[in-house]
Design a binder for this molecule. Structure first.
Ligand code: BES
Ligand code: MN
Ligand code: ZN
Length: 496
């Protein structure tokens, strides 16, 4: 899988190496082309000469390099743009830095006192993000990356703070890469059973703290998960519910989870729309409809890597939404695990159907202190928020603030959306307790209202509509691994 093998370290001063080959040195300069951070005069002179000779302006991500190696270093200067806006530029700067140093064996990236640990975490995440490739199916792999070690020189916060930020960024990267790998995979390979196997593998890789169980359609039928089954019944690929328990606090994995946080992910491995068939243009992107499950897998993997001291349960609702002779019809009525009858007016609103039974399951079997679900739930959310922020729906203030804060901290942004009763009224059904669509108006909101109907009184819950943020299409096609960084930051806070 595509996890970075870079050896990353933090240091508080630039010390010459004893080896002959000196690392590639990267420094930064602002929009006045002024070198940032504290650099010894020899390197400062070389960097300034480079700026002068190249006509460097200091715009964000601009990069110039001096390959002359009089003192052993290749030196690059990277532009940060205006310093007032530095905080928002970490994704671009991480990417530009990676592209600048990727062909050198080792590099020293000298920020000096310019960035704090928070922005450092974003910077490292972006640098590692840029290294990612997904090419298991290419006969000819992309160019090999020479880079094997990066040392960061930062001095604003303490070395321990940066080391901590680096450890979390590394764990986050490992989890996020898993999320991207799983989501980028082809839907004929990454079937519901295969997705559940990725969960089972976590149980093997983190034997001491993780246990996994997987339910098939027979077991789900016994549990009365009529909504989930209404989605998966049209497919020849059996639906699976994967349940991952993480015992980071209770320790022994046989013991009962203590006050767990629950994560629930939509894992539609391909969404054709079912009998309410989608148009063919762009349908290929519906392989990403398991982005919620992929993100939850990635998050729990990051948590395992960091061994966060808290308990968690992760439920992945894995199914394929296909049209067939066995498929659900628009107007079919089914019953969810909690006894609620649902009139399915559009089989393309399938995410909420698999999720509602998963939400019932997690509430019946655990007493979660908070439930967070993530789903590529609605095209309407893409219209509302685009690809910048994930939609956040939440019934609990503490959870809301913590998630918003985690989004700001990591740059993996969210935006609060409403859950007023007046929207919920759009879900009134003529023939059942509820219908699965609320019309075009406020489509992301009514989808969230549908889910909320399955949340018990007093249960803290948040729903993330990641339809716009889980992947990008076009030339840059690929899974983003969002919102793994935001969720990981949130969970670090919950473990304190
Ligand atoms: N997986 C889609 C949502 C989606 C569409 C995400 C496009 C990203 C891009 C979901 O299952 C769906 O089809 N939703 C419908 C709901 C509608 C039928 C009420 C939608 O958004 O059109
Ligand atoms: Mn759909
Ligand atoms: Zn879908």
């Amino acid at each position: 899988m595509s996890v970075s093998t870079l050896n990353l370290s933090v240091s508080d001063k630039l010390s010459p190496k004893k080896t002959k080959a000196q690392p590639h040195l990267v420094v930064f300069a602002d929009s006045d082309a002024k070198i940032l951070g504290n650099l010894d005069s020899g390197h400062l002179d070389r960097a300034n000469a480079l700026i002068k000779a190249s006509g460097f302006k200091g715009s964000v991500g601009e990069s110039v390099t001096d390959y002359g190696i009089d003192d052993g270093h290749v030196i690059s200067v990277i532009g940060t743009g205006s310093l007032d806006k530095l905080a928002g530029q970490m994704p671009k700067l991480g990417k530009a830095t990676f592209n600048t140093i990727k062909n050198s064996k080792s590099a020293v990236v000298a920020w000096g006192d310019v960035i704090c640990q928070k922005h450092f975490g974003q910077f490292v995440n972006a640098l590692l993000h840029a290294e990612y490739r997904f090419e298991p199916y290419k006969s000819k792999k992309g160019d090999k990356i020479a880079l094997s070690a990066v040392e960061f020189i930062n001095t604003q916060d303490t070395k321990a703070d940066y080391e901590n930020a680096l450890a979390i960024a590394t764990a986050t990267h490992i989890g996020q890469s898993l999320a991207r790998d799983v989501a980028n995979d082809a839907p004929n390979i990454m079937t519901p059973a295969e997705l559940a196997k990725v969960a089972e593998k976590l149980g093997k890789d983190y034997k001491d703290v993780v246990s996994v169980s997987v339910l098939g359609e027979k077991e789900m039928k016994k549990l009365g998960m009529g909504c989930f089954l209404a989605v998966s019944q049209g497919s020849d690929n059996e639906g699976k519910l994967a349940i991952i328990e993480y015992h980071g606090k209770s320790g022994k994995k046989k013991s009962k989870l203590k006050d767990p946080i629950a994560l629930v992910g939509k894992g539609i491995t391909f969404d054709t729309g079912g009998i309410s068939l989608k148009p063919s243009a762009g349908m290929d992107e519906m392989k990403y409809d398991m982005g919620g499950a992929a993100a939850m897998l990635g998050t729990i993997k990051a948590v395992c890597e960091a061994r966060l001291p808290l308990d968690m349960v992760v439920v992945l609702a894995c199914a394929e939404n296909m049209p067939s002779g066995k498929a659900t019809r628009p107007s079919d009525i089914v019953t969810a695990m909690n006894g609620m009858s649902v009139e399915i007016l559009n089989t393309d609103a399938e995410g909420r159907l698999v999720l509602c039974d998963a939400l019932c399951y997690v509430q019946d079997n655990y007493k979660p202190r908070t439930i967070i679900d993530a789903a590529t739930l609605t095209g309407a959310c893409v219209i509302a928020l685009g690809g910048v922020r994930s939609g956040l729906y939440c019934n609990d203030e503490d959870t809301l603030f913590a998630l918003e804060e985690a989004g700001e901290y990591t740059g993996d942004l969210v935006w609060q959306m409403p859950l007023d009763d007046a929207y919920d009224e759009q879900l009134k059904s003529t023939f059942a307790d509820v219908q699965n669509i609320g019309g075009r108006e406020g489509g992301s909101i009514t989808a969230a209202c549908f889910l909320q109907r399955f949340i018990k009184e007093g249960q803290a819950w948040a729903h993330l509509d990641i339809a716009g943020t889980a992947w990008s299409g076009g030339d840059n096609k690929g899974a983003s691994g969002r919102p793994v960084p935001m969720l990981m930051r949130y969970l670090v806070g919950q473990a304190d």
